[in-house]
Design a protein around this ligand. Structure first.
Ligand SMILES: Cc1cc2nc3c(=O)[nH]c(=O)nc-3n(C[C@H](O)[C@H](O)[C@H](O)COP(=O)(O)O)c2cc1C
Length: 310
């Protein structure tokens, strides 16, 4: 006999049929009068994370929302992530109550706004929330699945008739999906340092976890608790001999010393070739034929510096 019960799957199954941990994102968009409007969203996740030429997020929202209408019209938005704070979550829930126009809800908005960084090129963009710990400034990729065709349906607020897109644009009578190209990631200095200079538990932002709207009354979320680190499984480290074998087969000319290979034993096997190739490429550019621990240090410092610049 199974140790589970069979749960019914109904609309909004992530909050009506299950417990699904989600982020809370305040999305700023440009209203028709050029002012910034803010809506609360949780169904917002990384979509393209590598190998696609650009990075993207996916947003799932009601197609009649101010946010959806503004993204359809202007393509621009900013995803603001706030730290855990009861009063801010209360304001987030207020900004997440449907039915108000942008002007009505923004009249009493308690968040201070400022320009982001992406508007430096002169594009009109929504402002960002000053107290956010990070912000993704994004542009809707309306070329995927000819999403731009749905601009013709702006203003249909009582439910949109078919046909529907599968994944980018208006996807059902009341639903909408947007693939949002990440143009810039803005980060407060403290957390910028955590990412660039090394991760420590106290360097994490206090990010709450949202469990959505339940019991038709409340939004449920859990407060932040300090993150803990779990080491990769023991015994998964490659043995030095096999790293040296792989390293010295990558190129006819460029070779790796034993102490260089020692720095690579923790790299998961599936990524080893890619990492070794990166080192060889660096060696060729720098007329180096033997990569030792010293060169590995230079390569790592360069990677760190590049990460810092981006
Ligand atoms: C914490 C929170 C998360 C929410 N997540 C979503 C979501 O992912 N998708 C959605 O369509 N609505 C979501 N809502 C409801 C929207 O915020 C609501 O439709 C609101 O009217 C949107 O504001 P806007 O019309 O200004 O865009 C959420 C509300 C709250 C409070």
């Amino acid at each position: 006999m199974s140790s589970f019960k069979d749960m019914r799957i109904v609309d909004n199954f992530y909050q009506t049929s299950s417990f699904f941990p989600m982020p809370t994102v305040l999305i700023s968009t440009l209203a028709e009068d050029g002012s910034t409007s803010i809506g609360s969203y949780s169904l917002c996740f990384p979509y393209y994370i590598a190998g696609k030429g650009y990075y993207a997020m996916l947003l799932e929202c009601r197609n009649s929302s101010n946010t959806a209408q503004n993204i359809l019209r202007t393509g621009k938005c900013a995803l603001n992530f706030l730290e855990d704070d009861r009063a801010d979550f209360k304001e987030t829930v207020r900004l997440g109550f449907p039915g108000e126009t942008s002007a009505e809800k923004m009249k009493n908005c308690k968040f201070q706004l400022e320009d982001g960084l992406a508007c430096a090129d002169g594009t009109a963009r929504p402002k960002v929330i000053s107290k956010a710990f990070q912000v993704f400034e994004c542009t809707w990729d309306d070329s995927l699945e000819n999403g731009y065709e749905d601009k013709a349906r702006i203003g249909q607020l009582e439910g949109v008739e078919p046909p529907y897109k599968d994944f980018n644009g208006i996807t059902s009578k009341f639903g909408c999906h947007f693939i949002l190209k990440v143009e810039k990631i803005l980060m407060k200095e403290k957390y910028w340092n955590t990412i660039i200079n090394g991760v420590k538990a106290k360097g994490f932002p206090k990010v709450p976890v949202d469990y959505g709207y339940r019991d038709s009354t409340n939004f449920w979320y859990t407060k932040f608790t300090k993150p803990i680190a779990e080491k990769i499984p023991a015994g998964k480290e490659a043995d030095l001999g096999s790293v040296m074998y792989a390293a010295n087969r990558v190129d006819d000319v460029v070779k790796f010393s034993e102490d260089a290979c020692e720095t690579l034993v923790k790299v998961p096997r599936v990524f080893l070739k890619l990492v070794l190739q990166g080192c060889v490429d660096w060696a060729k550019e720098n007329n180096c034929t033997l990569i030792t621990a010293k060169e590995m240090q230079i390569i790592n410092d360069k990677r760190k510096a590049e990460k810092g610049k981006k």
